[in-house]
Design a protein around this ligand. Structure first.
Ligand SMILES: Cc1cc2nc3c(=O)[nH]c(=O)nc-3n(C[C@H](O)[C@H](O)[C@H](O)COP(=O)(O)OP(=O)(O)OC[C@H]3O[C@@H](n4cnc5c(N)ncnc54)[C@H](O)[C@@H]3O)c2cc1C
Ligand SMILES: NC(=O)c1ccc[n+]([C@@H]2O[C@H](COP(=O)([O-])OP(=O)(O)OC[C@H]3O[C@@H](n4cnc5c(N)ncnc54)[C@H](O)[C@@H]3O)[C@@H](O)[C@H]2O)c1
Length: 458
């Protein structure tokens, strides 16, 4: 198995002549075959590295000990009409996960990456151990180890918390829950509120901040701002939920969408000397390298920006740095993102722009009824916003809520990445008819926020 390691062009290579004689089983061993791990291993192999990767045994509902190649695959698409049949939807979802797992496995084997099914653990700076399903352990040495084990849902410590589910189980419930309470106001909370409400369930969304998510109100989601849950109790009719305002609701399911924590608990990292932060995330430098020079980490496990395309970027640049001879740092500026209901943002929010401002900030907004909604009678406005530096005229941020927001924002993200000014937006000819043309026709300033003014929560 042993072979002479590659002499690669990594950044700040700490290896010395003595080390170059060491024989390793692999040039790179990756723990976790999700978005980041698969990308990093494929690209490293394409640069000529001998790569091994391990992934937890497959299960459609992931947990600490079960997973599957492809990782947290929630971006499934369905080509058939589903008719809101929950069981059919679940069946299609599992089929899709199995299909994606197969695709990822083929990608790895076509790239010459050796895949191991089992739980990986770091046992030394250049040593990994994989525990297979039958309990047998495999041990391999590697010049570089990459930790790409993602994150897992965190549960608030509320009495009766075991009665609640997280997003891991939410798409595997036997029946569509007719009455749901969701705790949280982030990505997963608003997405599941939209999905379940769209399927006809009664949805109560409890979140700690004040700002109402008006778009969800329009979709008849019951909003409970500045509210958290104090207790869950099993009853004959379902789960009784008590809020900190003394309200009581009886529901079929309670979803905790209260953030995710890095998956580092079972990896033995601290024993090997790898530094973790207080959330358990692996601490890395700008090249994704830990304090142990042979150990690297990418994706959610580092808790930098927890998005699939970011894990892909970090994986790509890890391979380029370590095996491509071109040290490359990920660039986290102007990363666009989107959620359902269609809401998409890139760059700074108004609040962030004010916090970081060195001068005045100009805000341009536009709100209108999209033609699609006028025809269908849906009571939902499209809203758009541009946040501009008054002195440089540079567009600092853009956001949109309304149909096709994500599709439109991808193009706006390119403009922001290129450092576009408001004058350049204005001189761009719009596409008519489109909603997107509003982004190049917002002529009048909605508000000017003078430097040093107290921050808003917009
Ligand atoms: C419900 C939900 C919806 C999301 N939707 C979006 C979205 O719409 N857009 C977006 O950009 N992002 C979305 N995300 C975030 C996105 O999924 C993550 O940011 C991304 O998957 C991170 O990639 P990763 O490689 O770090 O981790 P993952 O893709 O989670 O991969 C980690 C892999 O490591 C495996 N693993 C863990 N421990 C071990 C071990 N000890 N040994 C071997 N293998 C191990 C896991 O089984 C898993 O396969 C969503 C997340 C969730 C939970
Ligand atoms: N469309 C997308 O891009 C997408 C979709 C889903 C998930 N994700 C990713 O998955 C990650 C996890 O999503 P998420 O929605 O769980 O996390 P999040 O960080 O987006 O939101 C967590 C929410 O829970 C609240 N919260 C935290 N602890 C709480 C407590 N004890 N009591 C009450 N409320 C509490 C927070 O205030 C926040 O509103 C996100 O970081 C995101 O990157 C992305």
């Amino acid at each position: 198995m042993s072979r002479k390691m590659l002499i690669d062009g990594e950044a700040n290579n700490n290896s010395n002549n003595h080390e170059e004689e060491v024989q390793y089983d692999f040039d790179l061993f990756v723990i976790g075959a999700g978005s980041g791990g698969v990308r990093a291993s494929r690209f490293s192999a394409q640069y000529g590295a001998k790569v091994g990767i391990c992934e937890l045994p497959f299960h459609p509902i992931s947990s600490e000990v079960l997973g599957g190649v492809g990782g947290t695959s929630y971006g499934w698409e369905l080509n058939e009409k589903i008719d809101f049949n929950w069981k059919k939807l679940l069946h299609k979802k599992t089929e899709e996960i199995v299909r994606l797992t197969g695709i990822y496995k083929r990608l790895l084997s076509n790239a010459g990456v050796k895949l191991f099914e089992g739980e990986g653990k770091v046992v030394g700076p250049n040593e990994v151990e994989v525990t297979q399903l039958d309990g047998t352990k495999l041990c391999y040495s590697a010049k570089h180890i990459l930790v790409a084990t993602g994150s897992k849902a965190q549960r608030p410590d509320i009495p009766g918390q075991e009665l609640a589910i997280t997003s891991d189980e939410a798409l595997s419930l036997d029946e569509l829950p007719k009455r749901v309470v969701i705790l949280g106001g982030g990505y997963i909370a608003v997405e599941f509120a939209s999905i379940w409400r769209g399927m006809g369930s009664t949805v109560d969304l409890c979140f700690r901040k004040e700002l109402p998510l008006r778009n969800l109100e329009g979709r008849k989601v019951n909003l409970h701002p500045r509210t958290t849950l104090s207790e869950l109790v099993k009853t004959e009719d379902g789960i009784k939920v008590r809020t900190d305002h003394g309200e009581e609701l009886v529901v079929d399911a309670v979803l905790f969408a209260t953030g995710r924590i890095p998956n580092t608990k079972r990896l033995n990292l601290e024993a090997v000397g790898v530094e973790l932060d207080r959330t358990g995330a692996v601490k890395v430098d700008e090249y994704s390298r830990t304090n142990i020079p042979s150990i690297w980490a990418i994706g959610d496990v580092t808790n930098r920006m927890n998005l699939t395309p970011v894990a892909l970027m970090e994986g790509t640049l890890f391979a380029k740095t370590v095996f491509g001879g071109q040290p490359s740092k990920p660039d986290y500026s102007n990363i666009p993102c989107a959620v359902i209901p269609p809401l998409s943002v890139v760059g700074l929010s108004e609040e962030q722009a004010i916090e970081q401002a060195k001068g005045d900030i100009l805000v341009f907004t536009s709100g209108f009824n999209p033609m699609k909604n006028t025809i269908s009678g849906r009571q939902e406005k499209t809203l758009m916003k541009l946040v501009v530096d008054a002195e440089t005229d540079k567009v600092l941020g853009a956001s949109m809520c309304g149909p096709d927001a994500a599709e439109i924002m991808q193009g706006i993200a390119i403009a922001l990445k290129c450092g576009a000014t408001k004058a350049q937006f204005d001189s761009t000819v719009g596409i008519h008819p489109s909603a997107a043309e509003e982004f190049v026709t917002m002529r009048s300033v909605t508000r000017r926020i003078a430097f040093g003014k107290p921050k808003t929560n917009l």
